[in-house]
Design a protein around this ligand. Structure first.
Ligand SMILES: C[S@@+](CC[C@H](N)C(=O)[O-])C[C@H]1O[C@@H](n2cnc3c(N)ncnc32)[C@H](O)[C@@H]1O
Length: 320
């Protein structure tokens, strides 16, 4: 449960790198109007699920957390079931699993795959919107992986918040366990190369968390700006305005956004099953030459689920 554990994830291409980066009205581009809700990285067609299934750090954390936290003989609900892999893990413990997926062809694939894996009798796939879905009976555990670095793009917090409200209205308490249980967000001042074979292009960059060779220069320490449990109050907006002390000299030209999900917490063993998502490095509007000890005021703001661009547009860094 340490805030930012620097050696969890293997250097691998993870889902947030490979998930769809579709153009969305509101991200500042021109073009035909599209439903931003449908495109904001929220609904994920089947051809992106292979990479998610292959992201070992993600799947292992969920598999282990589900094995520990879903009660034997209980009822589990998965919101945003994709191919059904998490529901499959849950079916090893639960007597009944409900798997909700919005995209018809993905829901159909999940049905086939769950049958292929021999658990169709315990897992029912329902094609529905997780934002409004409520089960017919109380559930013991809710699994929801609609996560993206910095909680941008996908709708994890909104969906879980809405679910909690309507669940409490219909069934009263207690709330089920949520998997993941908690998320920690941090920001770190860095120097990054934005040079691509001679072409200078400061654009948002994703890097595997804890790659063997860090492609950035760490100029300040990570600073945690949000830490919450999904069962408790969930922040829907992040407003950051702090003065950070640099601990190395260099060219400060980026902010690294760090996202650690505590997928399952095992307090009796003082440990958690964690998933560090890819780092997101956002370029600063202007690079700053800094010395160790310099004070830099860093500002940004965004709503959970916002586009990467809207975060980028809000970033400011000024020498004090
Ligand atoms: C990041 S994927 C995770 C899939 C699966 N749970 C896994 O871990 O492999 C999120 C899934 O949620 C689905 N989804 C997103 N928004 C949804 C909504 N409002 N209702 C139902 N499904 C949704 C996406 O289509 C996608 O399949």
């Amino acid at each position: 449960m340490n805030a930012v554990d620097p050696h969890i994830a293997k250097p691998t291409l993870t889902s947030s790198v490979l998930r769809p980066r579709l153009r969305v009205v509101g991200e500042g581009e021109t073009g035909p109007k599209v439903d931003s809700d449908a495109l904001l990285g929220q609904y994920i067609p089947l051809h992106y699920h292979g990479q998610m299934l292959a992201t070992e750090t993600r799947v292992s954390a969920f598999r282990e957390a589900i094995a520990r936290l879903v009660p034997t003989g209980g009822v589990a609900l998965e919101l945003g079931g994709g191919t059904g892999i998490m529901s499959y893990f849950a079916s090893k413990k639960a007597r009944k699993v409900i798997c909700v997926e919005r995209i018809p062809h993905v829901a159909a694939a999940a049905r086939k795959l769950l049958a292929r894996n021999g658990v169709a009798d315990r897992v029912s796939v329902i094609e529905d919107d997780a934002a409004t879905f409520l089960p017919d009976e109380p559930v013991d555990a809710v699994i929801c992986e609609m996560l993206h670095t910095a909680l941008l793009r996908e709708k994890q917090t909104v969906i879980i918040d809405r679910f909690k409200q309507s669940y409490l209205k219909r069934f009263g308490g207690p709330l089920p366990i949520f998997i993941p249980e908690a998320t920690i967000l941090a920001v770190q001042p860095v120097g990054s190369s934005y040079n691509f074979q001679g072409y200078e292009a400061p654009v948002p960059m994703f890097h595997p968390a804890h790659a063997a060779v860090d492609p950035t220069v760490q100029i300040g320490a990570p600073d945690v700006y949000a830490m919450f449990e999904y069962r408790a109050a969930i922040p829907q907006r992040f407003e950051y305005d702090r003065v950070l002390t640099m601990n190395a000299a260099g060219t400060l030209n980026g902010l690294r956004f760090i996202t650690k999900n505590l997928v399952g917490i095992v307090p009796e063993e003082k440990r958690s099953f964690d998933w560090h998502m890819d780092y997101l490095v956002m370029p600063l509007p202007e690079a700053l030459e800094v010395a160790s000890g310099d004070q830099i005021r860093v500002q940004f703001e965004y709503d959970a689920g916002d586009s990467v661009t809207s975060l980028g547009d809000s970033i400011l860094a000024t020498k004090q």
